[in-house]
Write a protein that binds this ligand. Structure first.
Ligand code: CO
Ligand code: CO
Length: 341
């Protein structure tokens, strides 16, 4: 379809999130309604909420939608759905149902564009085994699409973003740099080859990553999205432990280096850096260090694994053809710090 969707969006994907600083200020002081069956609510800053239905069953609920990250509406739909499903996978749950969220102006775009977006979303849901139950639309000049997804999990098998132990290895399952590439793509400055690679990575479900982590004793996990690697790592360590990250082990899309040197950084990268840089000790700046602040759209899982489980994870990952990188390890001290080596 010959339409440049991203040219109509002010931000690309998760870079359009409200900054972490603004969010905590906005939520501060609001009394959140919760009953005793809430296992994971707003306060934990987890990927999704978890609600107990019975002793062996809990609901996992999440919602995610954003502006176009790519120009092709069908692939935008697929990526938005993979992104919305990701929080369910990050918590070790199985997605079961979803509802579409659509902001679209039939006066500004032909309805064929929306049809392609929804078809992409539906195809991704089918791949994940999730049923689409309905949705809601708003007439809006700026296109936005995503889903609210509900999953199921055993209450004792929830994987949270906290729980990593000193000595655990840190695994990442998708390369970094989507924010930089999406920004450059708006100016048509990304090679066709990189664009194809980027699109296929962003549209890849985190299902296999989730299966691999569930096959071993995973201590903690989250997905890397709008707050970047640094932000989501900070959620994993909070003030209870620290993490060492090996800069030379960070995976990234090769073209991101050149594009970031040319200044293609999304505004979300600066917001993330302002907020998270105070928690980061870096032995060297520059590239790829700055990618730790890059907001990721439909990024990979970050997994904390005990050393003893690394072989089991590797076997499972190879059986699932899952790419992954060991990018660091959790440490006892200094607590609350992200140390880039
Ligand atoms: Co998440
Ligand atoms: Co999310």
């Amino acid at each position: 379809m010959d339409i440049q969707l991203t040219h109509h969006a002010r931000f690309g994907g998760c870079a359009g999130k409200i900054g972490p600083n603004d969010l905590s200020n906005i939520l501060c002081g609001i009394d959140i309604p919760e009953d005793s069956n809430v296992i994971v609510g707003l306060k934990g800053f987890e990927d999704a909420g978890v609600y107990r239905i019975s002793d062996d069953l809990a609901l996992v609920q999440t919602v995610d939608f954003f502006t176009p990250v790519v120009n092709d509406p069908y692939w935008f739909g697929r990526i938005a759905a993979a992104n919305a499903l990701s929080d369910i996978y990050a918590m070790g749950a199985r997605p079961v149902t979803a509802l579409n969220i659509v902001c679209f102006s039939p006066k500004k775009f032909t309805t064929a564009v929306l049809r392609e977006i929804l078809r992409g979303g539906a195809d991704k849901l089918r791949e994940s085994g999730t049923s689409l139950l309905g949705g809601h639309s708003v007439d809006d000049e700026e296109i936005k699409y995503g889903l609210s997804v509900t999953g199921l999990v055993h209450p004792e098998r929830i994987v949270r973003n906290e729980g990593a132990q000193p000595g655990d290895q840190l695994i990442l399952t998708k390369p970094l740099g989507t924010g930089v590439l999406i920004t450059a793509m708006k100016g048509d400055l990304v090679s066709k080859e990189t664009e194809t690679h980027l699109i296929s990575v962003m549209a890849t479900l985190n299902r296999r990553a989730s299966e691999a982590m569930l096959s071993v004793t995973t201590h903690a996990a989250t997905d890397v999205t709008g707050f970047g690697l640094a932000g989501h790592l900070k959620e994993m360590i909070k003030e209870s432990l620290g993490v060492d990250v090996y800069a030379d082990k960070l995976p990234y899309f090769p073209e991101a280096e050149e594009l970031s040197a040319k200044g293609f950084s999304p505004s979300g990268l600066y917001k993330n850096r302002d907020f998270y840089a105070p928690f980061v000790d870096a032995e060297a700046g520059g590239f790829p260090f700055e990618l730790i602040f890059d907001p990721q759209s439909s990024g990979g899982l970050l997994i904390a694994l005990p050393k003893d489980d690394m072989d089991g994870f590797a076997r499972e990952a190879s059986g699932l053809s899952l790419d992954y990188w060991v990018i660091g390890s959790f440490v006892e001290e200094p607590k609350g710090r992200i140390h880039i080596k």
